[in-house]
Design a protein around this ligand. Sequence first.
Ligand SMILES: Cc1ncc(COP(=O)(O)O)c(C=O)c1O
Length: 451
Amino acid sequence: MEHKCDISYVASRRLSTLARHLEVSTIEACKNEGLNASITSGFDGNSNSVFAHVVKAPEDPILGVTVAYNKDPSPVKLNLGVGAYRTEEGKPLVLNVVRQAEQQLITDRSRVKEYLPITGLAEFNKLSAKLMFGADSPAIRENRVTTVQCLSGTGSLRVGGEFLAKHYHERTIYIPQPTWGNHPKIFTLAGLSVKTYRYYDPTTRGLHFSGLLEDLGSAPSGAIVLLHACAHNPTGVDPTIQQWENIRQLMRSKGLLPFFDSAYQGFASGSLDTDAQPVRMFVADGGECLLAQSYAKNMGLYGERVGALSIVCKTADVANRVESQLKLVVRPMFSSPPIHGASIVATILRDRNLFDEWTVELKAMADRIISMRQKLFDALRARGTPGDWSHIIKQIGMFTFTGLNKEQVAFMTNEYHIYMTSDGRISMAGLSSKTIPHLADAIHAAVTRMS
Ligand SMILES: Cc1ncc(COP(=O)(O)O)c(C=O)c1O
């Protein structure tokens, strides 16, 4: 009996079990040629490869920043590229409510790993729609909303884009200039034609409101318009409620179709309801719209890829038919969405206590980011850094669009090991009280030496 605990015995039992699943010829080949030799033989030289013509693609402009950061051996290096929340200690954060929900899921023995339906976890879909449109939303009550679970925000945008390319009469989508770098790629690959509308004014470092109204005003009637629901990425500049109302009136008068991208609900103001207000204004007028929701940031579920696409329709009958077509988009794309992340979200959204605790944790994340804004602003002022840095405290959400140019960004990376996207966007969520002096030194040097 004793030898059963021996590690090598267990390993050899595993191997022999595995061997039973392999064809005899494969085992013989491995024995005769040596496993390594047979693996490497297919890779000797490029010339024989049918993929020899494939050129090396550039890194993704955002995720590539992390690749470069990872290669840097400097102990003071700082990654402000990717929009992921970090604690004061610079560590990734798993929310306490997420840990609790996962604990509940693990101990529930009735849970299985069967496929979800094509549209995903029904309860998750219902609760997600409620979270954005409001518990008392007439559109939900009247069954005019169809919601489909998708692969986080990106997947929701892609499914929505493909649905529109197949079933909507106008194939042009207007996206803000600038916007999240993935938007043009997602919508082009979905089959839409992408145009831009003015959004950001570099001279005021604020909203280019007149340009926005002018560009949407001259868009063809029926065109699709991508709107960041809150905490615009990369600028951190959102319209005021009055400006949203003007945008709504203009869009409805021209029959423009709103497609909201909500990746940061709760991160702008710290309140889920406040951040949902622009979307709710568009739904309250009875008109139609699309919404892509992500739980990557506000629940810290980045890698779980959990999100939803909702389409608000005029009638329940239309919503029903739209859903049937969404299934035809999803089925050949990823067949059905993953179960775990959606189960975590549903567990939190359905339980009053967990939900309340989530809002507290979310607010704490938002507040920490706001305090980083103030600290960075103060640090630059203390150094007498030339320029007006008040946009750092005025902008909202995860990012500050610093106004630093490409050369200044490159200087900060080379000299100070600070990594950010080349457009000068920094993730405030990646900063801490300890790292702010280093960043302020770097900005000060970049501005004074590279202007
Ligand atoms: C504006 C915007 N939309 C959508 C996303 C999608 O993120 P994910 O696919 O991780 O949910 C992001 C992520 O950075 C974003 O900033």
